[in-house]
Design a protein around this ligand. Structure first.
Ligand code: ZN
Length: 210
């Protein structure tokens, strides 16, 4: 039974690659239903002493992607940022810099997923209140895939929707490096890694990529 949260010494001993391995293994356990029994009252008490998360995951809002469970992590293990379409903005960049530079986090992952409503509406060009401005941030991924994709380019084609969603993850990973000199420098020095992930709706499996 899990009763202790990650300590600062444990967090600091981890390399970015080791964190990736922990998340991969945790995802495998999630997929297979091998979840550890958690002692909530003890974990809550232990977590009250402070937090030393090993990774920050920028995920979509989608209710079918419960981030901590997807990686078989729990209290104190992950910073989780969520916004429709898992798009980076200045507030998330600040949060990421805070996590890595001030809190010792070793890994940033932009996590996209299959059957993403935000991606589908970006493809459709939906216009609605503030949604229009939000979806505009996914348009560069739509444009890049449209230019090179053979086959039906609409939301009925799962392969097309997946290609746009994966491109959107890749572009947002690049954006973090381009728009945060602090994080780019930390990555060059080997202190952190910035990667992408893609959650498969049918299997629960996450593909990891740079
Ligand atoms: Zn989504």
């Amino acid at each position: 039974m899990k009763t202790k949260v990650t300590t600062q010494a444990e967090q600091q001993a981890l390399t970015p690659d080791q964190v990736i391995e922990i998340l991969k293994q945790g995802n495998e356990e999630f997929v297979k239903g091998k979840l550890t029994v958690r002692n909530n009252p003890e974990l809550i008490r232990d977590a009250a002493n402070g937090q030393f998360p090993m990774a920050l995951i920028l995920s979509c809002l989608d209710s079918r992607v419960p981030v901590e469970d997807v990686f078989h992590r729990y209290l104190g293990d992950l910073f989780v940022g969520r916004v429709a379409g898992n798009i980076v903005n200045v507030d998330f960049l600040g949060s990421m810099e805070f996590a890595c530079a001030a809190s010792g986090t070793k890994l940033i992952m932009v996590l996209g997923h299959g059957d993403c409503g935000a991606v589908k509406h970006a493809i459709k060009g939906t216009e609605l209140g503030n949604v229009t401005e939000m979806l505009s941030k996914i348009q560069s991924a739509v444009k890049e895939i449209r230019a090179n994709f053979d086959g039906e380019q609409n939301t009925n084609n799962t392969k097309f929707v997946d290609a746009v969603a994966i491109k959107n993850v890749i572009l947002n990973v690049q954006k973090i490096r381009e728009q945060s000199p602090i994080l780019a420098e930390m990555e060059r020095e080997g202190k952190i890694k910035i990667i992408g992930g893609y959650y498969c709706m049918e299997t629960g499996r996450v593909d990891f990529f740079n």
